[in-house]
Design a protein around this ligand. Sequence first.
Ligand code: ATP
Length: 209
Amino acid sequence: MLQSSNLTFQYKKTEHLFRFPNIDLKKQEHLVILGKSGIGKTTLLHLLAGILKPSTGTVSLNSQDITVLRESSLDRFRGKNIGLVFQKKHAIQTLNVLDNLKARLYFGKKKVNLNKMEALLAELDLLDFKTSKVQTLSEGQLQRLGIAIAVIHEPEIILADEPTSSLDDANCKMVLELLLKQAAKTQANLIVITHDHRIKSYFQNTIML
Ligand SMILES: Nc1ncnc2c1ncn2[C@@H]1O[C@H](COP(=O)(O)OP(=O)(O)OP(=O)(O)O)[C@@H](O)[C@H]1O
């Protein structure tokens, strides 16, 4: 399903060349990538998502090497196949909760299905807020909306950047269980990058950068 091989990356105007270990995940296998601050975790996640182009190496999702795709094809591919849970919440502030999900489906060229959207919001304890504007949500609700936006289009792979670092143990457990449950529902791969060692036990595969 997801493979990366010989990935290296250098930011413009910097000396350091990042070298990343190879990744090989079969369907429904999950991975946590650990490492201290500044080691390159977000850089690796952005390479896996096709947000950054590597200096060398390949990233293949379902046998499609995304490093050879042009910008517009890559946007389409990412919109359809990848779900991103960002450190900073990325809902559209001026839209309500439901419209944020519709926007994500539209971007991924997937059908809008009200029942499906409402079922997901119910699972994430957000159904009562479906017509609420994003600005009025609490931090926890925003975080759960971030997960809903990342998975509503049923991506092949869910990539999460530090989803638990600022959370207490109970919320850390809840967010991880939600991510794992959503991944199981659509048979997606889940990759989490973090420096939060509490979450190691949830994953069968670990890479330490
Ligand atoms: N656009 C950029 N240009 C130059 N250097 C960058 C850029 N983005 C990140 N870096 C540097 O690359 C290194 C790795 O950054 P990255 O965000 O991947 O680390 P990280 O392991 O995710 O850190 P953290 O856990 O603190 O989020 C850091 O030293 C950072 O300053």
